[in-house]
Design a protein around this ligand. Structure first.
Ligand code: F6R
Length: 591
């Protein structure tokens, strides 16, 4: 989703701004721009397409000498992706970049249009900018404070004001940090944008206003200057570089054993960090996309193994539906970024009802990590590819551990010690699957011309299918659907025709035979069957890959990486932009 960087120091800001925007590319965007400021001169350069195109444009332009600038990557929400709508926006004496959505922008715009203001773009950002210009006074903090009182919705703003040579920033429900440098300071919507320049920063909270010069940072709340803590980002060994890999997605899949080991070590030696779920009568796992599908695996395990009633729900539905909290309930929020707008809203809904929340999250200083009552971190390190892989695996791993510990605590798991030992060996077992990547590359090449695919499985295998199907569709643009194997014949089987790929996931002992008979139904309609199983005895129709049979708790962790690789190699065979699939954003900070 949109990204912000800003610079104030004693150098020309262009290099920093472009570097920062490149680091934000992974979040997804369709246009970008920068604003440079020297006294009352503002120069704005914008471009659609890749950051390299903006960079070329800047290189070809005679830029004003300056040491202050802001920049933005835009993921279109209000108005199409063109230069007019790209940020920065300037109205009168105010220039801004903006992440988020101003919900009352139409209302404000109508009023301002009636007053004779002419808007150049279709964006809500230009409306916010016009509000700041309307309320402009010679006190910048007052200008910003009065302006945000008029705005409803979410925002992170980088702001340049005509009569000030300082950099300003403010945010609400959209992340923004102030980076601390030597003789220079920065703003960014994501630590990755500035991590080559500093690992120290201040985290802005809602409606805190930052006033920044090259050697000072002042933070104001309700007109008063406030003290803020300086945060430090500890770098993990994985860097935000591709290394020898062609794509982040492949690099991050191959990192899965290392990050799994790191996460297991963390929870192995400090069991008190594993939350006790047995004190709850009911669990709601609420998340979006892959994180929701990880949650579906958690639900299966919590119910089957630990006998705890559990529901999963996508956050965009949960936040608006009537939820009956009539038992002691825990809401588990699963999120890599910790900034997904719907998941944040679901968390706050639970808090309003006095319900406990547990965040399973990767980004430690994210909104969800900070606001949830309890949190357990996955240790994925930076995940750059828009399609999640290693973070998903760790989400599944933590949910599996939670289920195992809960089952043990309730005296329902006679093989607890054996499973703990199995857990120790899991990273190596996963490594073996990844070592077979050539096999999955061949499958990806076979799928190159296919327009459509289906995934079928039952129970936990169905949850695996949901993720396998999402991976394939989002990076390779193959239409793909996941079905409960027994449900297919209630309509969808009419789409099965000769040669259509159907992935069958068969790992669950008590329902293997049932899924096998569903496979025969589609095989007899000449579908091409790709089976992934843990059972040598399962029939090979067209392709079969057998993973080692391990306990139900951890089996998905050996199966999903195979599907991630198939998704990756299908996209690779088509020569697609795998790390930035069209229309997608890494963290979805708007509804
Ligand atoms: C798919 C993918 C998305 C995310 C979803 C939630 O590959 O990455 O479906 O899983 O947008 O994001 P987080 O986990 O950041 O809340």
């Amino acid at each position: 989703m949109c990204g912000i960087v800003g610079y104030i120091g004693d150098k020309s800001p262009e290099k920093f701004l472009i570097d920062g925007l490149k680091k934000l590319e992974y979040r997804g965007y369709d246009s970008s721009g920068i604003a440079l400021k020297n006294n009352d001169k503002i120069q704005i350069i914008k471009s659609t397409g890749r950051i390299s195109e903006l960079e070329e444009k800047i290189n070809e332009t005679e830029t004003i000498p300056c040491t202050l600038g802001i920049a933005h990557t835009r993921w279109a929400t209000h108005g199409e992706a063109n230069e007019r709508n790209a940020h920065p926006h300037k109205v009168g004496r105010v220039t801004i970049v903006h992440n988020g959505i101003i919900e009352n922008s139409n209302e404000i715009k109508n009023r301002l249009v009636n007053e004779g203001i002419v808007f150049k773009s279709e964006t809500d950002t230009e409306v916010a900018c016009a509000v700041m210009n309307e309320l402009y006074s010679n006190d910048p903090i007052e200008t910003i404070e009065n302006s945000i009182k008029q705005l409803k919705g979410s925002y992170a703003f980088g702001i340049l004001l005509e009569d000030s040579d300082k950099l300003y920033a403010v945010r609400k429900d959209s992340p923004l940090i102030v980076g601390i440098g030597k003789n220079e300071n920065y703003i960014a919507s994501d630590i990755n944008a500035i991590s080559d320049y500093t690992n120290e920063y201040i985290l802005l909270e809602d409606n805190e206003i930052a006033e920044i010069t090259k050697d000072s940072i002042k933070i104001y709340k309700d007109g008063q200057e406030i003290e803020k803590k300086i945060e430090t980002e500890n770098k993990t060994i994985e860097t935000a570089n591709k290394g020898t890999y062609e794509h982040f997605m492949l690099k991050e899949i191959m990192e899965e054993p290392i990050v799994l080991q790191r996460t297991l070590n963390k929870y192995k030696y400090s069991k008190e960090n594993i939350m006790d779920l047995t004190k709850y009568d009911e669990i709601h796992i609420v998340a979006c996309g892959s994180a929701l599908y990880a949650g579906m695996i958690g639900k299966e395990l919590l119910e089957e193994k630990a006998n705890i009633k559990c529901f999963t729900e996508c956050a965009s539905e949960y936040r608006y539906k009537k939820v009956i909290y009539d038992r002691k309930t825990l809401v588990i929020l699963v999120s890599q970024s910790g900034e997904t707008a719907d998941t944040i809203a679901a968390m706050r809904k639970a808090h309003e009802e006095g319900i406990d929340t547990l965040a399973i999250v990767n980004v430690k200083l994210s909104t969800i990590a900070r606001e949830a009552k309890y949190h357990m971190f996955i240790e994925a390190g930076p995940e750059i590819s828009v399609a999640t892989t290693k973070a998903y695996i760790l989400q599944v791993a933590l949910l599996s551990i939670l289920a195992l510990e809960a089952a043990h605590k309730k005296g329902l798991e006679p093989n607890y010690e054996q499973y703990l030992q199995e857990l120790e060996k899991l990273p190596n077992k996963l490594r073996k699957v990844l070592n077979d990547k050539d096999i999955f590359q061949k499958v990806g090449e076979e799928l190159k011309e296919d327009k459509s695919a289906f995934f079928i499985g039952r129970g936990i295998d169905y949850a695996i299918c949901k993720e396998g199907s999402l991976k394939l569709k989002e990076v390779s643009y193959t239409h793909s659907d996941a079905y409960e194997a027994g449900e297919l014949k209630h309509g969808t089987i009419s789409l099965i025709e000769e040669g259509i790929p159907v992935f069958a996931i068969i790992t669950k002992d008590n329902i293997k035979e049932k899924t096998e008979s569903n496979v025969i139904e589609v095989a007899s309609r000449k579908a091409k069957i790709y089976t992934i199983t843990n059972d040598e005895a399962i029939t090979n129709h067209h392709f079969k890959y057998t993973v080692e049979k391990i306990s139900d708790y951890f089996q998905p962790i050996l199966v999903v990486p195979a599907l991630q690789l198939i998704g990756y190699y299908t996209a690779y065979s088509r020569g697609l932009e795998i790390d930035h699939p069209r229309n997608l954003a890494k963290s979805v900070t708007v509804e």
